[in-house]
Design a binder for this molecule. Structure first.
Ligand code: GDP
Length: 443
């Protein structure tokens, strides 16, 4: 996961500060020296680091901070606020034209994730009840058109394409017309990238720009490339006037420098962050939430939003009823796991819960995807009767399940024990709450 190194270094600095009843100017200076090093190591632009540290320091050695009861906490809060500011302050939303369709032009170097992001963005807009059209304008990269068509099919969004023999400018122009004729409210134009910024590329992008007059020009940059991503953004911005940046591959172990520098260096806000290859791994970028994540303080808001948009409310209610009535079976258990998986990779979810990001580094708490896969394999190896009445799973059945799932008897035993424990606790709750789960008898 991105920012891991930065987060743990900053947490070290903060834990030293947090415990202090009094903070001296020397303490602040020492802490800021470490913050500076941590940021430089995370590949944040040198000048950005310098400005950042001097701003934080100036505020941190103010009298109110020094005299406060919890100076350490106040300083952490200052860092949090400044980091939020550094990334743009508040969310920069996608523009919506009052004369639809809203035209979004995607730009970026080859491999940055432009085509994938175009598909993801279409999906996001579709979730908000919009009717986007994708336009396949990357005629140079082999298979880019096909890739977009496959993505479009997957999410049920039409893709406008004229093959790879028509010029991208013409494709963009006709694509826009097609969107107008067919009542689409957004047009997302995928354009060609190159391996490096070059004149030919810029010229073509400028021509497309002048023909479609986009409301948004989003530059897709690969966060893994660190400072390079920022340099790329700067050169694109000089030629094309970007309206926003999309940072991709934040799920990788990028050190995070690009996220923290790009706005400060180019003046261009990050509008979206991509955290995976899957079609729904794109999130609107919230500077305040990203700062919280970087500082290891979690991001409950994003987690709640994810849960709201992905979890089926009726199913959740039914599950709750079953839990209350202690009717919970292994089938329900599998379904719960599926629901959780819909929210995204586990380690990303853990990062959103305050304190969990750090905890997940401890050995005993390794709830990784692999382990989830083994648990699923065990449950899948049970017969329907076993899933519905776990009590019948005796020793012989356990041995069979272990063999069938390619796990060990010990693992099967552990899972069943945990499951029994879970049901016992649920039953206790349901007894306490009364048969209908209504009133608390003890009251
Ligand atoms: P394009 O040349 O800019 O259109 O790049 P593509 O959309 O083809 O993406 C290049 C590669 O990066 C593909 O293998 C994508 O699956 C991958 N990719 C794109 N976005 C992400 C992301 O957020 N995370 C990860 N891990 N991979 C991504």
């Amino acid at each position: 996961m991105a920012f891991e190194g930065l987060t743990s270094r900053l947490q070290n600095v903060f834990s030293k500060l947090r415990g202090k009843g009094k903070v001296s100017e020397e303490d602040v200076t020492a802490a800021m020296r470490e913050v500076r090093l941590a940021l430089l190591e995370a590949d944040v632009n040198f000048k950005v680091v310098k400005d950042f540290v001097s701003k934080v320091k100036e505020k941190a050695i103010g009298k109110e901070v020094m005299d406060s009861f919890t100076p350490g906490m106040v300083i952490i809060d200052i860092v949090n606020k400044e980091m939020t500011e550094l990334m743009g302050g508040s969310q920069a939303k996608l523009v919506k034209s009052n004369k639809p369709p809203t035209v979004i032009m995607m730009a970026g170097l080859q491999g940055a994730g432009k085509t994938t992001t175009s598909g993801k963005l279409a999906k996001l807009l579709q979730k908000q009840n919009s009717r986007p059209l994708l336009v396949a304008g990357d005629i140079y990269r082999p298979a880019a058109i096909k890739q977009l068509e496959v993505l479009g099919e997957q999410i049920n969004v039409p893709v406008f394409s004229l093959g790879d023999k028509t010029s991208p400018v013409e494709i963009a122009k006709q694509g826009l017309q097609h969107a107008k004729d067919n009542g689409h409210d957004y047009v997302i134009i995928d354009t060609a990238g190159r391996l490096h910024v070059d004149e030919e590329l810029m010229e073509e992008l400028k021509q497309i720009h002048s023909v479609v007059n986009p409301d948004e020009v989003l530059l897709v940059v690969d966060a893994m490339t660190g400072q390079d991503a920022v340099n790329v953004a700067e050169s694109f911005n000089q030629q094309l006037t970007l309206t926003g940046v999309v940072l991709t591959k934040l799920d990788g172990d990028t050190r995070g420098g690009a996220a923290l520098s790009v706005k400060a260096v180019t003046g261009c806000p990050i509008k979206f962050a991509a955290l995976g290859e899957k079609i729904d791994a794109l999130e609107p970028f919230h500077p305040e939430r990203m700062a919280s994540r970087i500082l290891g303080m979690g991001d409950m808001l994003s987690l709640i939003e994810k849960a709201q948009s992905n979890i089926d409310a009726d199913k959740a209610k039914e599950m709750e009823r079953k839990m209350r009535n202690a009717e919970f079976t292994f089938e329900d258990f599998l379904e719960q796991m599926d629901q959780v998986k819909k929210l995204g990779p586990l380690d990303q979810l853990m990062d959103m819960i305050p304190g969990m990001g750090k905890m997940k580094q401890t050995k005993d708490l390794k709830v990784d995807e692999k382990q989830m896969g083994r648990i699923e394999a065990i449950v899948h190896s049970m017969t329907t009767a076993e899933k519905q009445q776990p009590d019948i799973i005796n020793h012989n059945r356990r041995k069979r399940i272990a063999a069938g799932s390619g796990t060990s008897l010990a693992e099967v035993n552990r899972l069943i024990k945990q499951f029994d424990e879970m049901r016992r606790v649920m039953k206790q709750f349901s007894d306490m709450m009364g048969p209908k789960g209504g009133k608390n008898k003890a009251m």
